[in-house]
Design a protein. Structure first.
Ligand code: ZN
Length: 304
């Protein structure tokens, strides 16, 4: 099932010499010009950088990544990233290179939906609020754990059988009136994951190698959840699971069964919600991290 390492690069860097198509070798990376000109160059996508270990990568002047001991790093691109970004790689010897990378725009759907039950929005009872609070603390702690790894450069396995039921990116504005107070309310949400329609109990596969940083059967909104750190700041988040078969610290390989999909937490029906969080490896501040589009990562590995 796994593709060759070079498969990743055909998407954005088909013209590069074969010698630098491998991400896995620091020696090769050092012999080539340091660059972030590979990956999914689209809003919501991901740039792959290669160069000398320890190099700091800046995007439009802001540090966004540090190359790992293998000379690799990733840079996430926000949903509303500009159409062009300036990338500077500064190694420990003071050598610096700058490149400009064009970013393709995306067109996400926007929809207003009426009929929201205002009296059921978010946690309401003290018990629900306590549960949501405990869940939030666990998530924040998990996202502070970093492991080395190849990211998605070895290829990406679709984490469950089934058709996509909702893409990453659409904005939904839900509008309603409270039956209790008569007050109007609304709730705006952006879908930051990739949903796969799955019957409860469908095997959940690790899409790439990684280390589990959270395995919890009962987060308030997310239900049964697994956070899997693939390295280079990239974390797969799986929600609404009926079964969680791993715990924090477990090392898993691409294709390993790590749980079962379900209908737990706040859902509208059985499905797997898969999101991929990109974290800034040049900073200890976690508030600049964000979710990228899993479909773009799958596309890097399919049909290229
Ligand atoms: Zn979802």
């Amino acid at each position: 099932m796994r593709k060759s390492k070079s498969g990743l690069f055909h998407f954005a860097a088909a013209a590069l010499p074969a010698a630098i198509l491998s991400l896995g070798s620091a020696a090769l990376a050092e012999s080539a010009a340091p660059s972030c000109d590979a990956g999914a160059r689209q809003q919501g996508g991901l740039l792959y950088c290669t160069g000398i270990a320890g190099t700091i990568v800046k995007m439009d002047g802001k540090p966004v990544a540090k190359l790992n001991p293998a000379g690799q790093a990733t840079i996430g691109l926000e949903r509303d990233a500009p159409s062009s970004v300036s990338i500077t790689l500064e190694d420990a010897n003071g050598q610096s290179t700058t490149e400009t990378i064009e970013i393709a725009t995306r067109k996400d759907d926007y929809r207003e939906i009426t009929g929201l039950d205002c009296d059921k929005v978010d946690a309401r009872t003290q018990e629900q609020k306590d549960h949501a609070g405990r869940s939030w603390v666990k998530k924040v702690a998990a996202f502070k754990r970093f492991n080395e790894g190849a990211g998605f450069t070895q290829g990406t396995i679709r984490p469950a059988e089934g058709v996509m039921s909702s893409p990453f990116g659409p904005t939904r504005k839900y509008i309603g009136v409270s039956a209790v107070t008569g007050e109007p309310c609304d709730s705006v949400s952006v879908h930051r994951g990739y949903d796969i329609a799955t019957p409860v109990g469908t095997p959940l596969l690790a899409p790439a190698d990684g280390v589990v940083i959270l395995g919890d059967p009962d987060l308030y909104y997310e239900g049964g959840s697994i956070f899997l750190d693939h390295g280079q700041g990239l974390v797969s988040v799986f929600m609404h699971l009926s079964e969680v078969d791993v715990e924090a610290g477990d090392v898993v390989k691409a294709g390993d069964v790590i749980g079962k999909t379900g209908n737990t937490g706040r859902t509208t029906g059985p499905h797997l919600h898969w999101s991929v969080k990109w974290r800034n490896t040049a900073s200890d501040e976690r508030d600049g991290d964000f979710y990228i589009d899993p479909a773009l990562i799958l596309a890097l590995d399919e049909g290229n």
